[in-house]
Design a protein around this ligand. Structure first.
Ligand code: ATP
Ligand code: MG
Length: 452
């Protein structure tokens, strides 16, 4: 071994993170909370491939969007020449799948998805090259009610996740004809202010002038703020839809602000667009974004179908959960099994299985290269596991067919250890754990407490 040359370490890909086991309880809490809320609104899960044809995103998201222009992981499958892309977002794949499987032939559907997304961006806090989204897509619904329902569902996520400082920004970007009228006015306005446009904006002027409103350039803010507002170009139907959404939100006490500058980065949106924003995460403060995309089915060659959805950034929300405090590390198990000696080990393996049969979570101390370690070091592990009980089978216990059960969360001075027959250990522990532990234990005169 010693003369072997040490191999060079291989590291992960820049901007693509490992989700580490210490954070697992947090993602589980997040995932369970979000999934049960989605279910409570009648959303069904759909899982689409991580790889799609490049043309799906180019067509669906729009050729001149940030994502398609510069953020996509696209490659040629060298085995057959297919042009493929790691999905940068979830909506295009879900809509493709809905069309391909004729999912809404008998009526609208509420769908949701979760998984990794890939964008070649500059990695920084809250911005990664692989990140995760949970998204919901309501397909086949045309009224403002579903837009409001999606937003109310988001509010329920934040409430149940314990997130306080998330606020809603809302806008309507109207329909294609209205946007076109606005676009003409906007181009005229920006042409009057050529001298203030940066290089990016000059390019956008010819391709997608609406996106100039989305600029982060401070030097352009004042000019952009005074630009013609799309809201002023909305027709009666778009306005009624927008007002319908607002009315439901007000009726349900969901606060929002109308942000006329909110245009969203992807081309497929129309009418309602919204973002949930927080100030607690620095500059990557948008934790969830969505809107209506009535044209997308048509763009993909499907039957025209109104739809509305959103996607939330899981990493940003997890960070917000951490920033908001009260996240505690839950116990790894109910019972940690400690043993010393060969016979004790055999008994511990059997007892572990019986405890799991009874529904308890059990971690059994197993050997490393240096063996199982001392009793003391095993008890340290038991403590670190957060288990409510350590079950100890030493040489004495093994020979007189008993086990010692130590209550880990009791104070040092208390009678916190009992010795029970091997055959009653499962019942005893189930009883203790289901019955809430200490008081029960100490009130029970049948149990013989021993000091350690
Ligand atoms: P941004 O303006 O921050 O780039 P976006 O408009 O590109 O966001 P969407 O496409 O609307 O983002 O994606 C929805 C959500 O996914 C975002 O609000 C954000 O929470 C999250 N998200 C987007 N890109 C990333 C990324 N590179 N890393 C981490 N989360 C991201
Ligand atoms: Mg982006």
């Amino acid at each position: 071994m010693s003369e072997m040359k040490k191999a060079e370490k291989i590291t992960g890909v820049k901007g693509m993170n490992d989700l580490l086991p210490d954070d697992a309880p947090l993602w589980e809490l997040f995932e369970n909370t979000v999934q049960s809320i989605l279910k409570s609104y009648g959303f069904q899960q759909v899982r689409t491939p991580i790889v799609e044809s490049t043309s799906l995103f180019a067509r669906g998201l729009g050729e001149v969007t940030d994502v398609v222009e510069k953020e996509m992981y696209s490659f040629e499958d060298s085995l057959n020449g297919d042009r493929l892309t790691l999905r940068p977002e979830g909506t295009a794949g879900v809509v493709r799948s809905a069309i391909e499987h004729n999912m809404i032939y008998d009526g609208p559907r509420r769908l949701w998805y979760t998984g990794p997304m890939f964008r070649h961006e500059r990695p920084q806090r809250g911005r990664y090259r692989q990140f995760h989204q949970v998204g919901a897509e309501a397909l086949g619904f045309s009224g403002p009610d579903i837009d409001a329902e999606l937003i109310m569902m988001c509010q329920r996520f934040w409430d149940d996740l314990g997130l306080q400082n998330v606020r809603l920004e809302l806008n309507s970007i109207g329909d294609a004809a209205e946007r076109n009228q606005h676009r003409i006015a906007l181009i005229a306005y920006f042409e009057q202010h050529q001298d203030l446009l940066d290089a990016e904006a000059k390019r956008r002027l010819l391709t997608n002038p609406l996106r100039i409103l989305d600029t982060k350039n401070p030097a352009m803010q004042e000019m952009v703020n005074a630009a013609p507002k799309l809201l002023d170009y909305l027709g009666a139907e778009s306005l009624a839809h927008f007002e319908g959404v607002q009315k439901i939100l007000r009726h349900n006490s969901i606060p929002f602000t109308i942000n006329p500058r909110l245009v969203r980065g992807l081309d497929y949106y129309n009418r309602t667009v919204f973002e949930w924003v927080t100030d607690d995460l620095g500059s990557q403060g948008t934790v969830c974004a969505g809107g209506r995309y009535d044209a997308l089915f048509g763009i993909f060659g499907g039957k025209p179908t109104p739809a509305c959805g959103f996607a939330m950034g899981v990493e940003r929300l997890l960070e917000l959960m951490k920033a908001n405090g009260d996240v505690h590390q839950p116990a790894m198990c109910d019972v940690y099994l400690v043993h010393q000696g060969e016979e004790a080990q055999m008994q511990a393996m059997v007892l572990g299985e019986r405890l799991r049969d009874a529904g308890l979570d059990v971690v059994l101390h197993c050997a490393t290269a240096t063996g199982v370690g001392s009793f003391k070091s095993q008890m340290k592990k038991a403590d670190g596991s957060g288990a409510a009980y350590a079950v100890i089978i030493g040489e004495d216990e093994a020979s007189n067919n008993t086990v010692s059960i130590k209550e880990m969360r009791a104070g040092e001075t208390e009678n916190n250890q009992v010795n029970v027959p091997f055959g009653t250990a499962v019942d005893y522990l189930v009883d203790q754990i289901a019955g809430g532990g200490e008081e029960h234990c100490c009130d029970d005169p049948d149990h013989h407490h021993v000091h350690h």
